[in-house]
Write a protein that binds this ligand. Structure first.
Ligand SMILES: Cc1cc2nc3c(=O)[nH]c(=O)nc-3n(C[C@H](O)[C@H](O)[C@H](O)COP(=O)(O)O)c2cc1C
Length: 137
């Protein structure tokens, strides 16, 4: 059964772009081996990660991610079965939403939803946002 898992966290203070790069590189290799797909979004001081794959595998991965010192205040937003993957072919896509917003006004709407997600106000708006993001290349 394929599950999806989504959490939001706060980046460790002073986390450098090259440290983020190494998370992405590592995740790409590891996730493609484990048949896990998804996206890691950087937004302000936060990470929002959406993972999809085998139910147990992504939960085990989440347990590791939760205790990773490169971020804190990891809060699980969702863990539930899905019919099909949103990020087929993406072992770990990466977006820096702050940069994307500068280039594309439409994304401001997405950003508002993400603010809600981060404040845990509206999870479903966040999922809509993730669907929008999955259509971007
Ligand atoms: C924000 C964030 C996202 C991460 N995402 C992944 C991921 O998608 N896949 C992965 O294997 N590790 C990811 N990691 C790294 C894990 O926390 C951990 O370092 C790694 O899974 C260690 O794997 P190993 O014990 O199997 O070597 C992430 C770390 C952070 C801080």
């Amino acid at each position: 059964m394929i599950y999806s898992l989504c959490y939001v966290s706060t980046k460790r203070k002073n986390l450098t772009p090259s440290e983020v790069r190494s998370i992405i590189d590592y995740s790409n290799k590891k996730n493609s081996f484990d048949n896990i797909t998804g996206i890691l979004i950087e937004y302000k001081n936060n990470f929002i990660q959406y993972l999809e794959g085998d139910a147990i595998r992504i939960y085990e991965l989440f347990e590791k991610i939760k205790s990773d010192p490169r971020h804190q205040k990891v809060s699980l937003l969702q863990y539930s079965p899905i019919e099909e993957r949103l990020f087929e072919g993406w072992s770990m896509s990466h977006r820096d939403l702050d940069i994307m917003i500068e280039k594309d006004d439409q994304l401001l709407e997405c950003a508002k939803s993400l603010d809600d997600v981060i404040l845990n106000k509206s999870f479903w708006n966040g999922i809509k946002t993730i669907e929008v993001l999955s259509n971007l290349n």
